[in-house]
Design a protein around this ligand. Structure first.
Ligand code: PEP
Length: 253
């Protein structure tokens, strides 16, 4: 049985005051949630706030990105070891906004996955196709390529150390959600692809869905056998919405 995970990707949102309020809201409402792991990924500068507020709770926190490098003359970058210094458990790698807006290709994403592991972080590998790729019928090809880049560099056991998030690019921040069937098809494809290398890793790796998930559509998505939780953007910025999704994941097991 895989423990569901719901992780909030706050992207570049919030202020010191709003982050404190959001964390307080999540902490206040998490009481009834016992089976689902709940995590937050704030912008870098708010990670110490998350650490101060969440230490001693059941809620881990993580980064949204990290450098491919360990240290040195890389102005503006943040190393994996710095995230671990501030108590991070998780780090997102390969989010579609990083891939499209900042030109991160599969090789860069695989390297980030590797350095995250080396720093003791659990990478959340984001994969997913664009609208155009779905229309061309190459969703599986795209997702396989994104996944294989990590397996080829780090081996399949590395996949077992992290989490995969299937995030169709056309569903991120658009209000369009993949239907539970569309999502399940790709999740099953991903799990089978991992199983070609290791049945054990495929069985244990958590595959999250991300893309306009809300309390209203979370129950149906979480009911699918290969959907093990969610990576949540917009709805993670309101404690009640985020907790509603967490409750749906909690009730799914
Ligand atoms: C995301 O950015 O990872 C995401 C899933 O965003 P949203 O929930 O807003 O679609």
């Amino acid at each position: 049985m895989r423990q569901p995970l719901v992780a909030g990707n706050w992207k570049m949102n919030g202020s010191l005051a709003s982050v404190r309020e959001l964390l307080a809201g999540i902490k206040a409402g998490i009481g009834g949630i016992s089976k689902c792991e709940v995590a937050v990924c704030p912008p870098y500068v708010f990670i110490p706030v998350a650490q101060a507020e969440l230490s001693g709770t059941s809620i881990p926190w993580g980064g949204q990105n990290l450098s491919t490098e360990q240290s040195g003359a890389f102005t503006g970058e943040v190393a994996g070891s710095m995230l671990t210094d501030f108590g991070c458990t998780y780090v997102l790698v390969g989010h579609s906004e990083r891939r499209t807006l900042y030109g991160e290709d599969d090789a860069v994403v695989a390297k980030k996955y590797a350095v995250a592991r080396a720093a003791g972080l659990k990478p959340v590998l984001c994969v997913g196709e664009t609208q155009e790729e779905r229309e061309k019928g190459i969703t599986e090809e795209v997702v396989a390529r994104q996944l294989d880049a990590v397996i080829e560099l780090e081996g399949v056991d590395a996949i077992g150390d992290g989490v995969i998030a299937y995030e169709p690019v056309w569903a991120i921040g658009t209000g369009l959600t993949a239907t539970p069937e569309q999502a399940q098809d790709v999740h099953a494809f991903i799990r089978n692809r991992v199983a070609e290398h290791s049945a054990d890793v495929a069985d244990k790796v958590r595959i999250l869905y991300g893309g306009s998930m809300k309390p209203g559509n979370a129950v149906e998505l979480m009911a699918k056998p290969d959907i093990d939780g969610g990576l949540i953007g917009g709805a993670a910025l309101k404690a009640e919405d985020f907790l509603g999704i967490c409750r749906a994941a909690d009730d799914s097991v």
